[in-house]
Design a protein around this ligand. Structure first.
Ligand code: 6GU
Length: 270
């Protein structure tokens, strides 16, 4: 896979040289190129922003440097069009599903914005020729999209063939499409068996694969119910077995008439 990043802070992308992404690059599985947007400015001050039409606070990134930068990136490239990824808090939520989709594309170009965003005409222009995704990494506001580029690149890179040692490594990921009923992963343990007088749950030492699998699934349900009740609410009851139903009932969920699990609401009479 090839990834180009156009940014006014190339140093911000330094972490792409280390860890999983750095190793994938060293092994030739990932070709990452970081470009300084200011290379495509022509005035003395390398201006990349200006005041917003219609007034209001903040600055807007000018369209000309972005247009020249994206054309230059496209020109030094392949015989195919890239996918343009624009990190922005007003984008659609970045999910594991989108990570899987992007990991199947041969070429991603990231255009992280600073300030109040990029002049809208840039998106409109490239959306006519390229697949474009405006993506948000969560419900909070960052100073710029560079940190989101790091997040998205890492989520995508670990899905590339050969990047993780074991092909099964992401089968049970929390949020993996079709993972155990979209549950969060439960707790994990390693040696030593006793640490600060804390033992390992006995079942994990039992060698009984069926009991271990059951325990892990229960733990996943407990953690999901506590941290992400929304995932329980929208789970398909068809994927639940008798044990799951009993556990959810114990945790205060009830099987509703519409055949989904919703939280038990105390009735007015009680
Ligand atoms: Cl992608 N960019 C910025 N600036 N803030 C964000 C974000 C992106 N996702 C969540 N907040």
């Amino acid at each position: 896979m090839r990834i180009d990043v156009v940014t006014i802070f190339p140093e911000y992308l330094e972490p792409l040289n280390i860890s999983l992404v750095g190793k994938a690059r060293a092994r030739g599985l990932l070709d990452v190129r970081v470009h300084d947007l200011r290379e495509w400015t022509h005035d003395k001050h390398n201006t990349i922003d200006d005041t917003p039409y219609g007034g209001g606070p903040g600055m807007v990134m000018k369209p000309e440097p972005w247009g020249e930068a994206l054309d230059a990136v496209r020109a030094c490239g392949e015989d195919r069009e890239p996918v343009l990824v624009i990190p922005t808090p007003s984008g659609r939520p970045f999910t594991q599903e989108l990570a899987v989709e992007l990991s199947q594309r041969p070429w991603l170009v990231f255009a992280p914005a600073r300030y109040e965003g990029i002049d809208r005409r840039v998106v409109d222009e490239y959306a006519e020729r390229w697949e474009v995704h405006e993506v948000s990494i969560g419900d909070y506001v960052l100073a710029g999209g560079e940190a989101a580029v790091l997040v998205i690149t890492e989520a995508v890179a670990r899905l590339l063939p050969g990047v993780l040692g074991n092909v099964d490594s992401h089968r049970d990921d929390s949020f993996a499409p079709g993972a155990m009923a979209d549950l969060l992963e439960g707790p994990v343990y390693t040696k030593p068996p006793l640490w600060r007088e804390r033992a390992i749950p006995e079942v994990l030492l039992s060698g009984h694969h069926g009991r271990v699998a059951r325990w892990r699934r229960d733990q996943a349900f407990r953690r999901t119910a506590a941290n992400r009740p929304d995932l329980i609410e929208r789970c398909d009851p068809a994927v639940l077995d008798k044990n799951d139903r009993a556990l959810l009932a114990e945790l205060g969920w009830t099987e509703r008439a519409d055949k989904r699990f919703g939280r038990a609401v105390p009735s007015m009479e009680e």
